[in-house]
Design a protein around this ligand. Structure first.
Ligand SMILES: [Zn+2]
Length: 136
């Protein structure tokens, strides 16, 4: 398996069945980008483009994806940034940090998709926080 260092953006309407390595398929229609893991393992990496997930920036035909891509659910555990069509490899992340990132992702997603909590939910969360605080 060879790690790739350059990725080429390609605008598509539908993501093709067969993906090519080193290509970042961007579907504006579905607000999603898909690419094959840059480590060469062949895993499909789907990065939904919305405020709770990833943001795609484009300048002069070069794309950047933020935040970084972490394939924690794949055996390769690849972690890299895509900046200006370049793949910048990050060091391996300790397992506990991966858990923290996953938790944060979930929280962000919840915050954006759920309606604001009612006073009752807030009270309950407050009580639960107190309870957890005492335990830990
Ligand atoms: Zn991989």
């Amino acid at each position: 398996m060879t790690r790739i260092t350059v990725i080429r953006p390609q605008l598509v309407e539908f993501v093709p069945d067969r993906l090519e390595g080193g290509v970042l398929y961007i579907s504006r229609r579905y607000a999603t980008a898909v690419h094959l893991c840059c480590c060469g393992c062949g895993s499909e990496v789907v990065t939904p483009l919305n405020p709770a997930k990833w943001r795609l920036a484009e300048s002069n035909g070069a794309v950047s994806l933020s935040p970084s891509v972490g394939n924690w659910s794949q055996p390769c555990q690849s972690h890299y940034w895509i900046i200006g069509n370049q793949v910048r490899w990050a060091g391996a992340m300790p397992a506990e940090m991966i858990v923290a990132v996953k938790r944060r992702d979930r929280r962000d997603a919840e915050r954006l998709t759920l309606p604001p909590p009612s006073w009752w939910t807030r009270l309950w969360q407050f009580i639960m926080a107190l309870f957890r605080g005492k335990q830990g």
